[in-house]
Design a protein around this ligand. Structure first.
Ligand code: KG4
Ligand code: ZN
Length: 332
């Protein structure tokens, strides 16, 4: 079964063709750089850029996969959560081609897309597992009972983990979005330089909080002279990263132990982080097993949307073409 997936929820325009939910025939991703100079995504600029780029990217995805639209069995597009204007571009385009060519269509939850990126690469994930989905907009710890059946164990009270990375990166002058740059810099620093707060680490819930950590880093930087800051920039990045990641890793492993779940999947942009991967590897025990997608499938892409669409379609059938964009679409 060939699925054409479309992702346009934020500032990536992406179209992919996936065979049987697992084999990536093409996955074209255009990351809009129009937003860099604004230090954040400007929704109207994102919508207009999606409009300009979606058709050429769609054509490139078909060409790279060596297929035509008549070979496609299902069209899947992100319907939320995300920015309403950007979502509408991809969703309306997807529904339009589905209607014009009588191809079944399915609307996809972007977060279920992130989760599904793991199914592209790994075949041996237990049906019941834990998933830590950490992106620019979300921090969620889910118990996956089976595909489509989730229990939310915890999320963030304030900022998402990726948002904290982006805000701290901005304060440190690393540009936007700065998660990957901060990660790289952190690897050259000393994580014990400063003990930044690990918010809610000892709290019994599986909730997270990141705004205090961001403020602590910001206050520390303000207390330094320009030279001190420059001298310690990698140490600050490294100390922030250690605090940000430790809470994610510890709370996930505690949930795994308490719920007796051995398989853990990571997903979302922050799953691309080098320290989250290494700290899990250091702290995992016994039969516990960690899975994460390759970096290109952690950050926003249409391959994960096509795969989620494939499993959704198998579970619930096609969506009605009247489905609309839902900016705050829930996962549970
Ligand atoms: O999943 P994603 O592409 O978009 C959303 O759905 O939000 O995640 C983007 C987020 C950004 O906050 C970005 O800074 C962060 O993921 N990110 C990283 C890394 N690569 C991307 N954060 C930490 N370390 C990284 N290597
Ligand atoms: Zn995302």
């Amino acid at each position: 079964m060939l699925v054409l997936g479309i992702e346009s929820s934020c500032d990536e325009t992406s179209v992919a063709i996936i065979k049987d939910g697992r084999e990536v025939l093409s996955n074209i991703i255009l990351s809009q750089d129009e937003h860099t100079k604004f230090g954040g995504v400007v929704p109207e600029v994102a919508s207009r850029t999606h409009l300009k780029t979606i058709v050429p990217i769609y054509e490139e995805a078909l060409e790279k996969a060596g297929v035509t639209l008549s070979d496609i069995d299902l069209i899947a597009a992100t319907m939320g959560p995300g920015l309403v204007g950007p979502l509408l571009v991809g969703l309306t385009f997807a529904k339009g081609i589905a209607y014009a060519h009588s191809i079944p269509f399915v609307g996809v939850n972007h977060m279920e897309g992130h989760l599904s990126a793991n199914y592209i690469t790994h075949r041996d994930i237990d049906e019941r597992h834990l998933s830590l989905i950490v992106s620019g907009g979300h921090t969620m710890l889910l118990e996956v009972k089976s595909f489509g059946e989730y229990e939310m164990l915890g999320n963030t009270r304030d900022d998402a983990a990726g948002e904290a990375y982006d805000k701290v990166a901005k304060i440190m002058g690393l540009g936007y979005p700065g998660g990957a740059a901060l990660d790289k810099l952190a690897n050259q620093g000393d994580p014990t330089y400063m003990k930044f707060p690990r918010a809610m680490l000892h709290d019994k819930s599986y909730m997270f909080s990141y705004s205090g950590l961001k403020t602590a880093v910001s206050m520390h930087i303000k207390s330094l002279t320009a030279e001190e800051f420059q001298k310690n920039i990698a140490n600050i990045a490294s100390s922030f990263q250690e605090a940000a990641i430790e809470v994610l890793v510890e709370k996930t492993l505690r949930a795994a132990k308490e719920k007796q779940i051995n398989h853990i999947t990571l997903a979302g942009g922050v799953a691309a982080n080098s320290r989250i991967r290494s700290m899990f590897a250091e702290r995992i025990r016994g039969n516990q097993k960690l899975f994460y997608p390759p970096i290109s499938l952690c950050t926003d892409n249409a391959a994960m949307i096509a795969t989620a669409g494939y499993y959704r379609y198998k579970k619930d059938g096609a969506s009605e073409l009247i489905v609309n964009a839902v900016p705050y679409l829930k996962m549970v």
